[in-house]
Ligand binder design. Structure first.
Ligand code: NAI
Length: 257
């Protein structure tokens, strides 16, 4: 009986694309989806990273493809989906995870910092959702998961990241909007909102300085490991989440409680 319900997490025969999968959270999600049975396209701005992760997956016997993409460019997102369809013939799962952060006082945030952050974190997620959904809506099935952040909901003052926080709030509301618009045609859209995860994104000088403060403020008294997020993603990609759409799944060790 236990096996029956666990089988509902299996992704055998499905095809997934994960952006920002060259390292960190995206890499861990790519491994998890592959281990659950999916063929995985590993998409990243840094092609060498994507190739490395695709090779890791292939070494585990998972069919995988490396794709170079700058998600801030709509045409590149469309090309990414076309490459997945050419290689694997279908697309069931899109994990739109690529994201960047700059740290500066709000009054000094430059136009370049603002527009690049919005370009990658907000426009990029939308362009990927659109490109993926065009195929999924035709087929009547799709699971889209966007990576937002607990910074969409709360402001942790010393971080100085107005553009990032604003972009992530946009991702949450975009997810609710698309998740309700497409769900009666078989495509659900949900997002995950991690708390502090121990990745390169959090290893800037400023963030290393506030690490102890974060640990103290997180009820679990630790940063997340990338593996801590995998269960939530597998739920959202599985048949067990059939009635879930527009959800912001916060995984933050209790930080925002
Ligand atoms: P990371 O910096 O370790 O990895 C991000 C990956 O995205 C890199 O491989 C990078 O090359 C790629 N990338 C950057 N710009 C891109 C673009 N324009 N097009 C395609 N790929 C691009 O970051 P991490 O920590 O793995 O973050 C992944 C996502 O999780 C981001 O959206 C981030 O905002 C979000 N997040 C991270 C948290 C953390 O504490 N690390 C907390 C909450 C959310």
């Amino acid at each position: 009986r236990a096996k029956g319900v666990l089988n509902k997490f299996a992704l055998d025969g499905q095809v997934a694309v994960v952006t920002g999968a060259g390292q960190g959270i995206g890499r861990s999600i790519a491994h998890a989806l592959g281990e659950a049975g999916a063929k995985v396209a590993v998409a990243d701005l840094e092609f060498n990273r994507a190739e490395t992760v695709a090779a890791e997956l292939q070494a585990k016997g998972i069919q995988s493809l490396a794709i170079k993409v700058d998600v801030s460019k709509k045409q590149e997102c469309e090309d990414m989906v076309q490459k997945v369809l050419s290689a694997f013939g279908d697309l069931h799962i899109g994990v739109n995870n690529a994201g960047i952060v700059f740290h500066s006082d709000s009054e000094d945030t430059s136009e370049q910092e603002w527009t690049r952050t919005m370009g990658v974190n907000l426009n990029g997620v939308f362009y990927c959702c659109q490109a993926e959904a065009k195929h999924m809506l035709k087929k009547g099935y799709g699971r889209i998961i966007n990576t937002a952040s607990m910074s969409a909901t709360i402001v942790n003052h010393p971080q100085r990241q107005v553009a990032y926080n604003t972009s992530k709030a946009g991702v949450v509301h975009m997810t609710k909007t698309l998740g309700t618009e497409w769900c009666d045609r078989g495509v659900t859209v949900n997002c995950i909102s991690p708390g502090y995860v121990d990745t390169e994104l959090n290893r800037s000088e400023l963030l290393l300085q506030v690490r102890t403060q974060w640990l103290n403020e997180t009820p679990m008294k630790r940063l997340a490991d990338v593996e801590d997020l995998v269960g939530g993603v597998l739920y959202l990609t599985s048949k067990l989440s059939n009635f879930t759409t527009g959800l912001d799944l916060i995984m933050d060790g209790g930080f925002t409680c």
